[in-house]
Design a protein around this ligand. Structure first.
Ligand code: FEO
Length: 394
């Protein structure tokens, strides 16, 4: 528990979750996370920006006590997901006259999720402002970052942007400001890959909208505050661009070794042709790591054994996740082995329906791969290497 002053009158009052290992029961959190909340004191009004995950509510309220806050006028809710909104009812119980300030869509979600009564809201529109006396909060609607109701706020007197999930990183650190650019950008990239990547196009537009302002600080709702905001803005601009790198993600699962032999052969064939490869064994891969490599990769290659009549469930899980994350991939390849038949190609193809990619001719070996299979893998490596060489001209 801690209260940290960002600038005079603006405090970070959120909570670190050092032990959290999984988010949404899906996303691995190797560095924990934080649920950031901010208190802004104006000469006339006091505002709390976002709350914290309900599991950390008591710690958060204790932070408010440390500041001896006796009155809160507004609670700004940027986003209805419960890691930021879930403790708002507890704050309202303590400060019943406070108004929850948000846009219409978020009001609807907050009522659905948290049963907050409608008279408790002050609904604002994109571009509206709210005076705190010597400070003014501007509300900036930034939809689909990563829910339809997400927004940011900006205080021009402090050049401070409160961005909620946008630009965030799952990182628990005692530092208020980014302590290590490289590490934070790595965690922010993982966060982008897992949460934001499906919304690249809208994110690009929202970055442009935000950059119409002079930004000195970005205070997100996960991870440390950026006092050099360009590091994360530049990173996001790179991640949402259409540019991919000479990188292939090769993710495979092998039951009795045949698919493993093909994975090893293809990895070496690609490397010897100058293609960078990141290999994941899907039975023990960190899928957050895999997602992070998808941000820049031009190609995904899936390898699978055949279980009964279809792909191994680990391969289906991975292809379903890749399809949901909608990375900016250009090429997909599929290989594996089978005993007596199956619908592997059809099932994997159908599971990747969101992706606008070129699918190379699948290579399925009957049992142990034979010379003809290795020739096909060499040909596939030739094709991938040629496509990647052409990336420079795109
Ligand atoms: Fe950090 Fe979308 O919640």
């Amino acid at each position: 528990m801690a209260v940290q002053e960002i600038v005079p009158g603006i405090y970070s009052i959120g909570v670190r979750d050092w032990d959290r290992k999984l988010f949404d029961e899906l996303i691995p959190l190797p560095d924990g996370t934080s649920y950031n909340s901010y208190l802004v004191k104006g000469s006339e009004k006091t505002v709390v920006i976002d709350s914290v995950d309900p599991t950390k509510c008591n710690e958060w309220l204790a932070n408010l006590d440390r500041l001896n806050i006796e009155h809160i006028d507004y609670i700004v809710s940027h986003h209805a997901e419960q890691d930021h909104s879930g403790s708002i009812p507890n704050l309202l119980a303590r400060f019943p006259k406070a108004k929850v300030v948000t846009i219409e869509k978020c009001r609807e979600f907050l009522q659905d999720l948290l049963l907050i009564p409608s008279e408790q809201f002050l609904v604002i529109k994109d571009g509206e402002t709210l005076s705190l006396g010597d400070r003014t909060i501007e509300f900036i609607f930034t939809p689909w970052v990563h829910w339809p109701e997400t927004m940011c706020t900006y205080i021009k007197e402090d050049k401070m942007l409160f961005s909620c999930d946008f630009f965030g990183s799952h990182m628990a650190t005692s530092h208020l400001f980014v302590p290590d650019d490289h590490k934070v950008i790595e965690d922010a990239k993982r966060y982008f890959a897992e949460i934001m990547m499906p919304f690249r196009t809208t994110i690009k537009k929202n970055i442009e909208k935000l950059l119409a302002r002079e930004i000195g600080y970005i205070a997100p709702s996960h991870g440390p505050v950026y006092d050099k905001p360009n590091i994360i803005i530049d990173a996001y601009n790179s991640w949402v661009s259409d540019k991919v790198e000479n990188m292939a993600v090769l993710a495979y699962v092998s039951m009795h070794g045949s698919t493993q032999i093909m994975a090893d052969y293809l990895t070496n064939a690609l490397m010897s042709r100058g293609v960078n490869v990141k290999v994941f064994n899907l039975t023990r891969a960190d899928l957050g790591d895999l997602a992070m490599f998808l941000v820049d990769s031009a190609t995904v290659i899936l390898g699978t054994s055949t279980v009964l009549t279809g792909p191994h469930p680990a391969a289906v899980y991975a292809s379903t996740l890749i399809n949901a994350l909608r990375p900016r991939l250009k090429y997909v390849a599929l290989f594996g082995s089978f005993g007596w038949g199956g619908r592997t190609v059809e099932i994997i193809k159908n599971s990747l329906s969101n992706l606008k990619v070129e699918l190379f001719e699948p290579i399925l070996a009957k049992g142990h791969p034979k010379e003809s299979d290795f020739q096909k893998l060499d040909h596939l490596a030739d094709e991938i290497a040629a496509r990647h060489r052409d990336l420079k001209n795109q």
